[in-house]
Ligand binder design. Structure first.
Ligand code: ADP
Ligand code: MG
Length: 391
C-alpha cells in the first residue's frame, strides 16, 4: 500500500486540516485515557516543525448529530496543549463564520482544534456540502485517524474530495505493520483470537483461517466452539446463533484451529467467585468459563512455535477481573518475548497489553479496533482509500 504521507509534501506556511482520532474516554470532564492523543503527537509535532498552521478535527463519543455539552472537545484541547507546550485554540464549531475568521488569522505553528464533528448530522451522513465547508478551511488534508478509517464520514472521507490528501505518521505506521501482515506475512504466521463474541469477528476468523498457518482461539468466543463440539457449557457466554458457523469452521479448518485444553470456571460472574480449572468438557450447570487454564497457555505457546508473524486480537478471559486475567497476561508476556513480528489489534487487547506494561515490547499495538479487524479481513477501508497514492 503505497500512499503519500506528510513527508512527501511541503507544508511550510500552509493551512493543514488533519483528521485525528481524539475519541478518548472522559469522566467528569477529564480525559481518563489519553493514549489516542499521544498517538497523534508525532504527526502534530512534525507538521508544526515543518511550519504548518494546524487545524485538527475529530469526533468524540456518540452525540447523535446534536451538541452535547459533555462531549465537547475542551478537555482534549487542554491535554493536547500540555503535550505540545503551546496554546490550542478550541473552536465552538467545526464549520461556520467564526471558524473561518479564526483560520484566516492563523500563522505557522498555530494550532486550532475544531469542535466535535459529530455535533452535525452531516458528519455521519458524509454530506458533500458539509465536507466542502470543512475542506475550504485548509490547503491540504491529512488523515491520521486510523481508528476511524473503516467509517465513510465527512471529516475522514468526504473532505478528501476537495483537497490533496496524505497520510499522517500514525496512519503510515498502521499501514506499514498491518499491511505487512495482510500482504506479505513471514511464515509461520499464527493468529490468536479472543474476546467476548464470535459474531463480531466471523469475517476475520474466516479470512485469517485462509491466510494464517494456525489460529488459536480463546476468550468467550471459544465457548461457542465447545458448544458446537457437543460439550455442556453451563452458564458460559455462548452464542446459539453462531453454533452452526462454529461447527462448519471446525469441519473445514479443524486442523488449523487450536482451542483451549483447560479452562478456568467460576460459580458466579464475580472476581471473588469460587473458581477451578477443568477440561472444557467438564463444565457443569451453574458454572461459567471466565479464562483459559495454565495448560492452554503452554499449548498456545507450542502452537506459536517458531512463528515469525503473530497477530493477536481479543483477550483470552475476563481480564477486567484480576482472578480471570492470568491467561491474557500470560500470553501477552509470551508474545513480548517472542522473536517475531507481533501485532496487537482491538481496544481491549491493547488495553490489556498496556496494563501489563508490555506495549513497548510488541512490534505494533494498533490504535484501531474495528478498523484493524476490517483491515485484517482484507477489506478496503474508505478512510484509507481516499489518501492519494504515492508517485
Ligand atoms: P477487543 O476490544 O480486543 O477486540 P473484544 O471487545 O472482542 O476485544 O472483547 C473483550 C471482552 O471480552 C472483554 O470485556 C472480556 O471481559 C470479554 N471476555 C473474554 N473472555 C470472556 C469469557 N470467557 N466470558 C465472557 N467474556 C469474556
Ligand atoms: Mg472491545
Amino acid at each position: 500500500m503505497n500512499k503519500k504521507t506528510v513527508r512527501d509534501v511541503d507544508v511550510q506556511g500552509k493551512r493543514v486540516l488533519m483528521r485525528v482520532d481524539f475519541n478518548v474516554p472522559l469522566k467528569d470532564g477529564n480525559v481518563t485515557d489519553d493514549n489516542r492523543i499521544q498517538a497523534a503527537l508525532p504527526s502534530i509535532n512534525y507538521l508544526l516543525e515543518q511550519g504548518a498552521a494546524l487545524i485538527l478535527c475529530s469526533h468524540l463519543g456518540r452525540p447523535k448529530g446534536k451538541v452535547v455539552s459533555e462531549l465537547k472537545m475542551d478537555p482534549v484541547a487542554e491535554r493536547l496543549s500540555e503535550y505540545i507546550k503551546r496554546p490550542v485554540k478550541k473552536m465552538d464549531d467545526c464549520v461556520g463564520p467564526e471558524v473561518e475568521t479564526a483560520v484566516q488569522a492563523m500563522k505557522p505553528g498555530d494550532v486550532i482544534l475544531l469542535e466535535n464533528t459529530r455535533f452535525h448530522p452531516e458528519e455521519k451522513a458524509n454530506d458533500p456540502e458539509f465536507a466542502q465547508k470543512m475542506a475550504s478551511l485548509a490547503e491540504l488534508y491529512v488523515n491520521d485517524a486510523f481508528g476511524a478509517a473503516h467509517r465513510a464520514h465527512a471529516s475522514n472521507v468526504g473532505v478528501a474530495e476537495y483537497l490533496p490528501t496524505v497520510a499522517g505518521l500514525l496512519m503510515e505506521k498502521e499501514l506499514k505493520f498491518l499491511g505487512q501482515v495482510v500482504q506479505n506475512p513471514e511464515r509461520p504466521y499464527v493468529a490468536i483470537l479472543g474476546g467476548a463474541k464470535i459474531s463480531d469477528k466471523i469475517g476475520v476468523i474466516e479470512s485469517l483461517l485462509e491466510q494464517c498457518d494456525r489460529l488459536l482461539i480463546g476468550g468467550g468466543m471459544a465457548n461457542t466452539f465447545f458448544k458446537a463440539m457437543g460439550f455442556e457449557t453451563g452458564d458460559s457466554l455462548v452464542e446459539e446463533d453462531a453454533v452452526p458457523t462454529a461447527r462448519s469452521l471446525l469441519e473445514d479448518f479443524g486442523g488449523r484451529l487450536v482451542l483451549p485444553v483447560d479452562v478456568v470456571i467460576a460459580d458466579a460472574f464475580d472476581n471473588d467467585a469460587n473458581a477451578k480449572v477443568v477440561a472444557p468438557n467438564e463444565v457443569n450447570a451453574g458454572w461459567r468459563i471466565l479464562d483459559v487454564g495454565p495448560k492452554t497457555i503452554d499449548t498456545f505457546e507450542s502452537a506459536l512455535g517458531a512463528a515469525k508473524t503473530v497477530v493477536w486480537n481479543g483477550p483470552l478471559g475476563v481480564f477486567e477481573m484480576p482472578n480471570f486475567a492470568k491467561g491474557t497476561f500470560a500470553i501477552a508476556e509470551r508474545l513480548a518475548n517472542k522473536d517475531a513480528l507481533t501485532v496487537i489489534g482491538g481496544g481491549d487487547s491493547a488495553a490489556a497489553v498496556r496494563q501489563a506494561n508490555l506495549a513497548n515490547q510488541m512490534s505494533h499495538v494498533s490504535t484501531g479496533g474495528g478498523a484493524s479487524l476490517e483491515f485484517l479481513e482484507g477489506k478496503t477501508l474508505p478512510g484509507i482509500a481516499v489518501i492519494d497514492d504515492a508517485d
